[in-house]
Write a protein that binds this ligand. Sequence first.
Ligand code: DOR
Ligand code: ZN
Length: 407
Amino acid sequence: MIEIRKVQTANGRRISMFLQSQERRVIDAKNLTLFPALIDPHVHFRTPGAEHKENWETAAKAAIAGGVTTVLDMPNNMPACYNRERFEEKKRLIDEQLKRVDIPLRYYLYLGADEHHLEEIASLASEIAAVKIYMGSSTGDLLMNNPDALDKAFRIAAENDVMIAVHAEDEKLLQTRREQYAGETDPAFHSQIRSSQVAVQALQEALSLVEKYGTRLYVAHVSTVEEIALIRKAKYKGLPVYAEVTPHHLFLTDEDYASLGTKALVNPPLRSKADAAALWDAIEDQTIDTIGTDHAPHTLEEKTKPFGQAPSGFPAIELYFPLLLNAYHENKLTLAQIISLTHTRPQEIFRIPRNEDVVLVDLETVRTVDDAELHTKVKWSPYQGKTLKGWPRYTIASGRLFDVQAL
Ligand code: DOR
Ligand code: ZN
């Protein structure tokens, strides 16, 4: 049994509580605030095939340090996770790695959509978090840009009550624009190549298939004013559409290319201040349902290659909660909104069973991000040097107490 004494709740009450556990621990939580543990619906933990960037040993520590006890992992691995055999093998490797660090991280896996393996959707329906469709290419080789295959995937998913998660960037338009900007060496052109129109075109196609089949659709990393308008309209119509935003599209903008250079590359790209403001508004009116970190580590060596060779993506999971708690102190979010975005909505949308996992936070701790202290294997972040107020202190996962300062 773990006894948590006199903890503050997010709505300002003070309670004591007991959690089921093999351990007998008493935590004096007078200075701490209680949250349900976070669910991160969008991570790339890199197993199998890119374990030099991350694995589940380092990633599990990063997650727990960030107050996250459930993750939903993307299928763009090497090899890509698009059939039962690869799905089972991936789970086996993950379980082995989690066992090695003895961390009971809860996880669900996305199935990658591949036009030659769409029958796998029905067979794995009850075991997967959702089907992930890359409408435009990103890291890895998963891509679905054939309209007939896309139509079929949305139909099969609807028939099996499986959700589709889309990376909505239109491959054809992307290729055209890449050619237009060929030879440019400034990484800021990434945001021009992968323009708002690239995202909008793909999203419109996905939404028309939702209208056709009623497929549940999770729009990953929404990043523009225009996508928000489309999703808001789809929700008004009563379509089963859900939207995710990443920390980097909330807290970084295209002005950050100046200091970050190729490290700022991410897909979809960093956007304007006006886009970021629209995302904050969309949190306010609940057009945005969830925050997913899109934790997508690449080594610093890879990230600092010239534009054109450097890969896209940021590590993020451990700073996800501190960034949001800091935003609370800046009056951008309420604690209730944080709980909804990081726990309640992901739980509802992905139909994740309830559990007792919690995180105890010291809302008053002020710390400056030091990349060297991060648990992610790649030991860098786009937030180096930022001072944040509000940090997790203890994470309790499946009755196991983790002191985040001792991981
Ligand atoms: O920036 C990104 N990185 N976007 C993606 O879609 C994939 C991710 C990765 O896996 O590196
Ligand atoms: Zn992603």
